[in-house]
Design a protein around this ligand. Structure first.
Ligand code: FAD
Length: 292
């Protein structure tokens, strides 16, 4: 099955994202989380691609294992950074041979300092759109791409960022997943900008429940955008009480997801941080199981 097919069915998709574990303990936690989320019957689950080193091979192993050992449909993330075109073709071949036909095509950030200078591999690719083309040329893949409601930190403007997203769709990406965001209008404006170009490709909304105060700073690092001021003040007012921060995070994420569903979003994607509880709570609030 492919994400394309899941999106074509009635009702929004909902999906969960994991990252490859870096230790045995993390691996145990990941599999516990996967088993806890499996009964929710998500449309798909995705596994991120590491910045370098052994976690990269781990992505392929875990994606394969999800395909063979669970009822879940896996999506493997793949990044262009640090790979030659020949290596990327080899990885694509390995994924297809393992039965993993859903790939999220990304450029990746420079290893070490994600905000540092982007240097293309001498025999590699410059932009994610080129990786989309490479994967589509392979023939077997359903390919997705990344979208940025607040613009990518390296983009000179949101309009140029939108053009690059549309370029990924034109290269053959069949859907996009957004970076996390916290204001529904940021998503709606992105959708409008894309629609204004005549492109109607589905843009799945990526959400991360804030379960502790530290995640606010983390989200700023990951998105390159400041956390919304008013919401930040509400979290700051309860920052002395971790339980209240968590409850507020679940409530706010549920409210955001509910509004997005009312706006007809094609799917909701949860950044799980390899834990199941917050995602299960938001899922229960939304009664997502009853919708599909
Ligand atoms: P691109 O689409 O290539 O865009 C990069 C920058 O270049 C943008 O500023 C864009 O506007 C600009 N640009 C693109 N094309 C052109 C062009 N032709 N001319 C001029 N400018 C252009 N990172 C990981 O390492 N592993 C992961 O698994 C991973 N998963 C992610 C999943 C999601 C849903 C998201 C939103 C991000 C993920 N990332 C991951 C982070 C991502 O790799 C970084 O944000 C990276 O900096 C940008 O990747 P991209 O695929 O959007 O790149």
């Amino acid at each position: 099955r492919t994400v394309r097919e899941a999106l074509a069915e009635s009702g929004p998709t909902f999906s969960f994202e994991f990252f490859p574990p870096k230790s045995e303990d993390e691996e145990v936690l990941l599999w516990k989380t996967i088993r806890e989320l499996e009964p929710l019957r998500p449309s798909y689950v995705s596994v991120t691609y590491g910045a370098g080193g052994s976690t990269r091979e781990h992505t392929i192993e875990i994606t394969e294992q999800i395909a063979t050992d669970t009822t879940l449909m896996p999506v493997a993330h793949l990044t262009a950074v640090g790979h030659s075109v020949a290596e990327l073709r080899g990885i694509a071949g390995n994924l297809a041979a393992a039965g993993v036909i859903n790939v999220l095509a990304l450029r990746g950030d420079p290893p070490g300092d994600p905000e540092g200078e982007w240097v293309k591999h001498p025999e590699g690719l410059e932009y994610a759109a080129e990786l989309v083309t490479l994967l589509r040329a392979h023939g077997d893949f359903c390919v997705g791409a990344a979208a940025f409601p607040n613009g990518h930190p390296r983009s000179p403007s949101v309009d140029s960022d939108t053009e690059q997203l549309v370029a990924k769709f034109r290269a053959g990406a069949e859907y996009a997943v957004t970076n996390m965001f916290f204001v529904v209008d940021d998503y709606l404006r992105l959708r409008d900008r894309v629609a204004a170009t005549g492109c109607d490709a589905p843009i799945i909304a990526g959400l991360m429940p804030i379960t502790n105060f530290g995640l606010i700073r983390r989200s700023e690092q990951l998105t390159g955008a400041p956390f919304p001021e008013q919401l930040g003040k509400r979290f700051a007012a309860v920052s002395h009480d971790p339980k209240s921060v968590r409850a507020m995070g679940i409530y706010e994420t549920s409210k955001l997801a509910e509004r997005l569903l009312e706006e007809g979003v094609p799917g909701i994607h949860f950044y799980t941080m390899n834990r199941s509880k917050a995602t299960r709570e938001v899922w229960a609030n939304l009664a997502l199981g009853a919708r599909v």
